[in-house]
Design a protein around this ligand. Sequence first.
Ligand SMILES: Nc1ncnc2c1ncn2[C@@H]1O[C@H](COP(=O)(O)OP(=O)(O)OP(=O)(O)O)[C@@H](O)[C@H]1O
Ligand SMILES: O=C(O)[C@@H](O)C(=O)CO
Length: 415
Amino acid sequence: MSESSTIGAIADDVTGATDVAIALRRRGIRTVLFFDVPPEGSDLPDHDAIVIALKTRTIDRAGAVARSLAALDWLRARGAGQIYFKYCSTFDSTPDGNIGPVLDALADAMDVPVVAMTPSSPEHGRTQYHGYLFVGDVLLSESHMRHHPLTPMTDSCLPRVMEAQSAHRSGVVPLARVREEGGIARRLAELRAEGVRYALVDAIDDADLTAAGRALAAEPLVAGAAGLAGGLAAARTPADHHEPPASAPEGVAAVLAGSCSARTLEQVGAMIEAGRPAYRLDAQADPDPASLAEKALAWYDTLTPNTEAPLIYSSLEPEALRQVQRALGAERSAAILESAIGRIARGLVERGVTRVISAGGETSGAVVSALGVPGGLIGPEAARGVPWILTTSGLALLLKSGNFGEPALLLEASR
Ligand SMILES: Nc1ncnc2c1ncn2[C@@H]1O[C@H](COP(=O)(O)OP(=O)(O)OP(=O)(O)O)[C@@H](O)[C@H]1O
Ligand SMILES: O=C(O)[C@@H](O)C(=O)CO
C-alpha cells in the first residue's frame, strides 16, 4: 500500500466518526464523512480520507458485522488502501460487545494476520499502559464508564476484554517496545509468530501515537480511537496537507442531549444554570416516543421567536438513570428516548432550526438517521474532537461524544 493512498475509516458510532474525521482533518487530510454506507452514485468530493459512520456499537453482532463488511467493500471499491476501524477511547464494549466480532470479520475478509490497535487518546485523557486502559488517572473500570447506560465497563484489561469477544488471541505491545527504534514492528512479528491476532499498543502520549502511526503506516487494517488515527495521519508527508476551514456556521440552533455521561451532565447543567429554555424528556412518565416528541415540540412552539437556543434532554445522574432502567429496562428506555429525540430533531428542522447540536453517540446516530442526512464535510472544531459537520442539505450538525468538550460547550456552540 502507498502511504499516501486513501484512508477509509469505519466508525462504530456517529460521534466517534466525527472524532476520527477531525483527527485526520486537523492534520491537513481532506476528509469526507458519510452517515452509513452511501448509496451507489453518491457524490464524492476530492478527498484523502473517507469516514463511514455506522451505528454498530450496541446492535446485534450479526448486524454489526454485516454493516461493517458492507462499509469495507464500499471503501475498498473507492481505493481505500488502509482501513481504520474506529471504536471508542473508553472501549464502550462489554464482553458481549462488537469490537471483537467486527475486527474478526474485517481481518478475515482482508486476510490480515495481525491487527495493531489502541484506544489511547491522550488528548481526551485516555491512555493505555501494560494493556490496561486508563481514563484520566484511574482505571477504566473505576471511571464514570462503570455506570454507562448501555456499555458499563467493569474490566480495564484490554486483551482480556478482546479475548472475551473474539475468536482470536490478543497480546500487548508494551510501552518500552513502542519507544524502542523498530520495536513495534519486531513485537508485531513476535505476536504473529505466537498466533496472536490483536496487538494492543501501549501509548501514553502523542509521541507514542506518532511512533505507532509511523510503524503502522503500511498496515492494511488498523484499529482504535481517534488518537492512533491522528498518529497515522501525522506520519503522512507534508505534501498531503490541506488547511481545514475556519469559521463556525451560523443559524437557528437547538441542543438535544441523550448522553448521561459525566461531562454531558455538566454541560446540560451549565445550559440550565444560564437560564436557557430547557425541557426534560421523561420516558417513565410517558414511554411512547411519538407522544414524548409531540409534547416536546409543542413546548418548543411556545417559545418566543428569537429566544436563545433551547435544550431538550433526557440526561440523568447515575442513580436516577438506574431507576428508569429498572422500571423500563435499559434497552427499552434507550430505544424510546432515541426514537423520541430523532422525531424531535426532524420536527425542529421542519420549524426552521439549521444548527442541530446533539450530545451522545447513540443519540446522535438517532438524530442523523431521523434527519436522513447523507453526510458532509468536516468543518471547524467547536471543541477537541467535536467538529461542525457541514451537510450538503445546508444543515450544520455538531455531534458531541458524551464525555467531550468543556462544561460550557453546549452553551457556547448554540449561541
Ligand atoms: N433518562 C434516560 N433513561 C434511560 N436511558 C437513557 C436516558 N437518557 C438517555 N438514555 C440512553 O442512554 C444512551 C446514552 O448513550 P449515548 O451514546 O447517546 O451517550 P454517551 O454514551 O454518553 O456518548 P458517547 O457514546 O458519545 O460516549 C442512549 O441510548 C440514550 O437513549
Ligand atoms: O473515542 C471516543 O471517545 C469517541 O470518539 C467516541 O467514540 C464516543 O462515542
